[in-house]
Design a protein around this ligand. Structure first.
Ligand code: ASP
Length: 454
């Protein structure tokens, strides 16, 4: 794992090395020196230490990350000049569309049950014991959303409460307006700082992942490994289903045809023209980093400038169907893997928490995984269970990020058509509008410089 490798490569190397080391540990005979088992010291000493240190790092950032990024997300939708109706509609559709995504994910997760066949033995070998309290009823869950003590909610990591406080503060900042500008700026700046800390924690991720995987696989049987493979397959399947059925259907029903030419607006054209953004999202696993590419694709797809600048920056934070799908499958999978029965109340809680968690998730690699801890916490699945899927997160992060970005195009087209902010002639044409605009901007910049900066 040299410093020159990209994080993706490091993660993949850590994944393979971790699994291989785990198996090796199962195979090697026990070595005892001065009455101490070296194998035990390695697994329960070194691997445990590095793995737990990494998990602590995630724990450390999760509450501040969701709290601050959600406040920034909520307040960013109300730039009074741009937003209003379009922003409101988009926010609503971004929010509501997450429910069917998680619903479908949990359905796939339950029906295809990737954890099926995992025996009692392999569960008890898994080093994290489930610590399940009595699940609260639906009424309690709803009542509990409003915290009596917001500081206790933050320090105790009370998921729904943290989200509630963040939204309340965000809305209040908007309502106060000008006088609250410094507060918003403070949160925007804090967000940068927390993102920085997150990226440092992520740098440590390959080592943490190696230790966690090696320790886990030194205890897990083959059927658990098969379960992990199935988990990845189910996430990919649920993502594909969502793209084809939900996005394809939404496009047909809500966008339909070009109002001028009667030409139908199809998924394939959209896919083709959005593909630079999708490919970038896939390889970077960051919808935030993809934003500039996404916005160029949007111009080529006929989005007006205004529509582009509202839809996509908002979508980066607020619209994450792919992440929601991942969280739905993961919650069902880990519950099943640890033998936790999810009640109807739990399902509702997952639906609400995962929706809120995607609102709070920053468009950075692994954010959905960090937010998953909040979803798990909310239904009493031990957060350490994340360790089991952490090592393979990248494999599911790449496609879910691409779907997160693709969803922005779909919902943008739906709202944009209603508002008359899409040029469908451009949608169907081959003109590279974004490239032309970039050239124009360069030329006018050059002219301005030549003209004394006017
Ligand atoms: N990587 C995703 C994104 O940038 C977020 C996630 O981890 O789910 O959209």
């Amino acid at each position: 794992m040299s410093g020159k490798m990209s994080l993706t490569t490091k993660m993949l190397v850590a994944l393979v090395l971790g699994v291989a080391t785990g198996f090796l540990l199962q195979a090697v005979p026990e070595v005892v020196i001065m009455g101490h088992s070296v194998n035990y010291l390695f697994v329960e000493g070194l691997l445990y230490f590095v793995g737990t240190l990494f998990l602590n790092g995630i724990w450390m950032i999760v509450v501040p990350l969701i709290f601050v990024s959600l406040i920034v997300g909520v307040t960013s939708i109300t730039d009074p000049k741009k937003v209003g109706r379009v922003g409101g509609k988009l926010a609503l559709i971004y929010l509501l569309s997450t429910f069917p995504a998680i619903g479908a994910a949990m359905f796939f997760g339950t029906v295809l049950n990737p954890a099926a066949g995992v025996t009692e033995e392999s569960i008890s070998a898994f080093y994290l014991e489930p610590t399940i309290g009595t699940p609260p009823g639906v009424i309690e869950i709803l009542l509990n959303i409003v915290p009596r003590n917001p500081f206790a909610a933050l320090s105790g990591g009370q998921t729904l409460q943290v989200i509630f406080i963040a939204i309340a503060i965000g809305l209040a900042i908007i309502a106060v307006g000008e006088a609250a500008r410094p507060v918003r700026e403070l949160f925007v700046s804090l967000n940068e700082v927390i993102m920085k800390i997150t990226s440092v924690v992520m740098k440590f991720a390959p080592y943490g992942v190696f230790a966690l995987l090696a320790r886990t696989f030194s205890m897990l049987g083959l059927e658990a490994i098969r379960a992990l493979f199935m988990f990845v397959v189910v996430v990919w399947l649920a993502l594909a289903f969502h793209t084809i059925v939900i996005y394809g259907g939404a496009l047909k029903i809500f966008v339909g045809r070009d109002p001028h030419t009667g030409k139908s607006i199809n998924l394939a054209t959209l896919f083709k023209k959005a593909s630079p953004a999708l490919a970038f999202a896939f390889s970077s696993a960051s919808s935030a980093a993809t934003l500039p590419v996404t916005m160029k694709c949007a111009r080529n797809l006929g989005f007006s400038r205004e529509m582009t600048s509202i839809t996509f920056p908002m979508g980066v934070t607020l619209n994450m169907d792919g992440t929601a799908i991942f969280q739905g499958v993961a919650a069902v999978f880990l519950a099943s893997f640890l033998g936790v029965n999810l009640s109807a109340g739990d399902i509702l809680t997952i639906l609400i928490t995962a929706t809120m968690a995607t609102l709070g998730a920053a468009g950075v690699p692994g954010a959905g995984m960090i937010m998953l801890s909040m979803v798990l916490m909310s239904v009493g699945i031990p957060i350490g269970a994340i360790a089991f899927i952490f090592g393979i997160d990248r494999i599911v992060d790449m496609p879910r990020t691409a779907i997160n970005v693709f969803g922005d195009f779909i919902y943008g087209l739906i709202v944009g058509k209603q508002e008359g902010m899409i040029d469908f002639a451009q949608f169907n044409s081959n003109t590279d509008l974004a490239a032309m605009e970039a050239l124009e901007a360069m030329e006018s910049g050059a002219a301005a410089t030549a003209g004394g900066g006017e």
